[in-house]
Design a protein around this ligand. Structure first.
Ligand SMILES: *[C@@H]1O[C@H](CO)[C@@H](O)[C@H](O)[C@H]1NC(C)=O
Ligand SMILES: *[C@@H]1O[C@H](CO)[C@@H](O)[C@H](O)[C@H]1NC(C)=O
Length: 363
């Protein structure tokens, strides 16, 4: 039995489409009220990456961007103009090392990449090194080499010192791309999957093989049909589908990537394989996604998707939540730099060392 089949919920234990399941959706209105309360809690529970501190008297800080992630040079943003972050100077000039308040180091470039760590010799006292990483632990080698060198962590993990996820929901009055109840009539497609890195040993590939035995799955990307060129093209593509397979390359705590948010933006219901359902529920409403663990078998999941496709009213049960929300997807990497700089400025004068990077990130 696969990873996705480990857990079952009361609803799916019964025959999908049974009255118990239906009545759960029927009571969505009632649940919605409760949900609004829970929502307030869950937004509090998820650290708010946007929370900007009021203007302080803290001096201006300089953050040195040690490498451009993966060697791709991009212009550095003006943090105030672009993100309303005050008192931050970004630079990628290594000569600033001797005076920078912080140094942002992207993991992949200094471990197995072309760059070295900044030198310990000449490291100004009070300077903070920030470890930056958006890959999952499965793709983050040699963490042990970095023990005791860094002062702050920055990643998609909610318990990072500097937390910025791949995407997050905001209440509609906040900033972000507004979501709305999508029209179903314009969706000829059933289930889509975009995959660029096909590895047979990954759980998501095994899941796809099983699912495609029961229902039609259109595969795009390097391993399937080509995606139309242009920015936002995945979202444009997924807009033609009812469901999108948001299958992470590896399963780790909080590791929920743009795959999920592309589906949400496109108005397709995401079918997710990643961390636990509970973990996803920190990021979005419980009915906003279908988790592979919700069903006792892939066959039962396939049957559920087929039923929803035939029954627009039930499908809406997975989409109605959208009207209350906007979606923010931080842009790589400018927003990350400015967020790091903001926290650096806030923490000026505090001392901290990351002693157990491996133990923490791999837990
Ligand atoms: C940063 O970490 C280093 C260990 O690599 C430590 O010596 C230094 O005191 C720390 N600095 C601050 C400001 O926390
Ligand atoms: C490092 O962290 C892990 C997970 O939190 C913990 O199990 C382990 O004992 C820690 N190791 C040290 C040396 O503190």
């Amino acid at each position: 039995m696969g990873l996705w089949a480990r857990r079952t919920r009361a609803c799916s234990k019964r025959r999908p489409g049974s009255s118990k399941c239906d009545s759960q959706f029927f009571h969505a209105g009632l649940v919605a009220a409760t949900f609004l309360i829970l929502l307030g809690l869950s937004l509090l529970y998820l650290p708010d990456p946007l929370a900007l501190e009021p203007a302080t008297a803290a001096p201006e800080v300089t953050l040195l961007i040690w490498t451009h992630p993966f060697g791709r040079k991009r212009p550095l943003p003006d943090c105030l103009v672009r993100y309303g972050v005050d008192g931050c100077v970004l630079t990628d000039d290594p000569r600033a090392y001797a005076s920078a308040d912080g140094v942002l180091v992207h993991h992949r470039d200094v471990v197995g990449g072309n760059a070295e760590l900044p030198p310990e010799v000449g490291r100004p006292s009070g300077q903070k090194w920030i470890w930056l990483n958006y890959e999952s632990p499965s793709h983050t080698p040699s963490l042990w080499r970095l023990e005791g060198r860094f002062n702050l962590t920055m990643s998609y993990r909610t318990d990072s010192d500097i937390f910025l996820p791949y995407g997050y929901l905001v209440l509609k009055h906040g900033s972000g791309q507004l979501l709305s109840e999508p029209s179903r009539t314009s969706r000829p497609g059933f289930v889509a999957w975009v995959v660029s890195n096909w590895v047979d040993s990954q759980a998501r590939v095994a899941f796809y093989y099983q699912l495609s035995q029961y229902i039609q799955v259109d595969v795009f990307g390097r391993a399937g049909r080509s995606i139309p060129e242009g920015s936002g093209s995945v979202v444009q593509l997924v807009k033609h589908y009812h469901f999108y397979l948001a299958l992470e390359n590896s399963q780790h705590r909080d590791y929920i990537t743009e795959k999920l948010w592309n589906a949400v933006l496109a108005g397709a219901v995401p079918v997710v394989l990643g961390p636990s359902r509970k973990n996803y529920e920190r990021f979005l409403p419980p009915e906003a996604f279908i988790h592979v663990d919700d069903f006792p078998s892939v066959k039962a999941l396939a049957r559920y998707l087929a039923e929803l496709r035939r029954d627009p009213a039930r499908l809406q049960g997975h989409l109605r939540w959208r009207t209350g929300y906007g979606l923010r997807q931080p842009t790589f990497w400018g927003e990350h730099y400015c967020t790091a700089c903001r926290v650096l400025r806030k923490n000026l004068g505090h001392t901290q060392v990351v002693h157990n990077l491996t133990g923490w990130f791999e837990s």
